[in-house]
Ligand binder design. Structure first.
Ligand code: KMH
Ligand code: ZN
Length: 309
């Protein structure tokens, strides 16, 4: 069988990092759109998008905070838009689904279990903050439960079913693969499903090759041929784990949502820089990257002409 092309997802801005942590983190809707478009131009077939309150950069799930950037992204790229339903670990599913419901994208994320989603150790790196909400947000993550119960997952599946959206099933630990299998068995999701193995979040599975192999083997055991997969690793493991995934038949996710760095001790200047780097690695190692239309075919997506924005 011919080797399938590697799909690069870029997660442009998200809930872990705050404006203090990097001046290159896009915060306003114009900045998010511009970086998303550059990332697509660099080779990202899928753009995983969160939004922020442009006034201060707090993570937001307000549909009105998506409108202008979705319009710009659609006008300027053919990339697949994937809207988060994770929002931030402080938010509940009811509000987290509103943007996906309103804009009916080709894809959206879906978190496959509850966990302690924590990033409070980052507070030790900063003495002052740009905005008054940031320190409490980071330190408060020590008490976060990122709630994704079976009832929440069912609510997402049922509310979004009319939209024919393909989920990026985010699995932060082995148990989440079993949760997905259970949900497939009761008819919430039809194969082939798309899995994102999320590694290195404090509260989830650690980033190493043994764990990646274990996740892949468990997914094989539970799902057989009925899935495609990708890896995102938070922080320093982002590129190493993406490289490994690309060599194991998987796909990759990079972006400032999950790591602010381009290499040890050096901040990435943009999302596109991370996309360029993983693209270079993948191509140097003999694989090809998928265009957005090839990603649509591989993942059986509804098409960019059937979205609601
Ligand atoms: N940044 C990831 C570790 C979501 O958007 O649904 C978590 C995430 C969740 O991507
Ligand atoms: Zn996300």
């Amino acid at each position: 069988m011919a080797k399938e092309k590697v799909i690069i997802t870029c997660a442009v801005t998200g809930a872990i990092h705050t404006p203090t942590m990097s001046d290159h983190l896009p915060v306003t809707h114009d900045e998010i759109a511009s970086q998303a478009i550059e990332a697509a131009d660099a080779g990202a077939a899928i753009l995983h998008l969160h939004t922020r309150d442009p006034d201060g950069g707090r993570p937001s799930v307000e549909p009105e905070h998506y409108t202008s950037m979705l319009a710009r992204v659609k006008q300027s790229t053919n990339a697949v838009v994937n809207i988060t339903t994770g929002g931030a670990p402080t938010m509940l599913i009811k509000e987290r689904l509103r943007a996906a419901e309103q804009f009916s994208p080709e894809m959206c994320s879906l978190n496959m279990g509850s966990l302690n989603f924590a990033f409070h150790p980052l507070a030790a790196r900063y003495e002052s903050y740009k905005y008054d909400w940031e320190e409490a947000y980071i330190r408060g993550s020590e008490a976060n439960i990122f709630r994704n119960t079976f009832a929440d997952i069912k609510e997402a599946a049922e509310r979004l079913a009319p939209h024919n959206i393909k989920f990026e099933h985010e699995c932060y630990d082995i148990g989440h693969l079993y949760n997905l299998k259970f949900c497939m068995d009761i008819g919430l999701f039809k194969p082939p499903v798309f899995l994102q193995f999320v590694m290195g979040i404090l509260g989830g599975i650690g980033s190493d090759i043994e764990n990646l192999v274990f996740m892949k083997k468990t997914a094989d055991k539970l799902l057989g041929d009925n899935y495609r997969w990708s890896v995102l690793a938070a922080g320093a493991a982002q590129m190493p784990m993406a490289t490994a995934a690309s060599q194991m038949g998987g796909n990759v996710r990079v972006g400032l949502e999950d790591s602010l760095f381009i290499k040890r001790g050096e901040l990435a200047v943009s999302n596109a820089q991370q996309v360029e780097k993983i693209r270079r690695i993948v191509e140097d190692l003999g694989s090809e990257i998928a265009t957005p239309d090839e990603a649509r075919e591989i993942l059986d997506l509804k098409g960019g002409d059937r979205v609601g924005f």
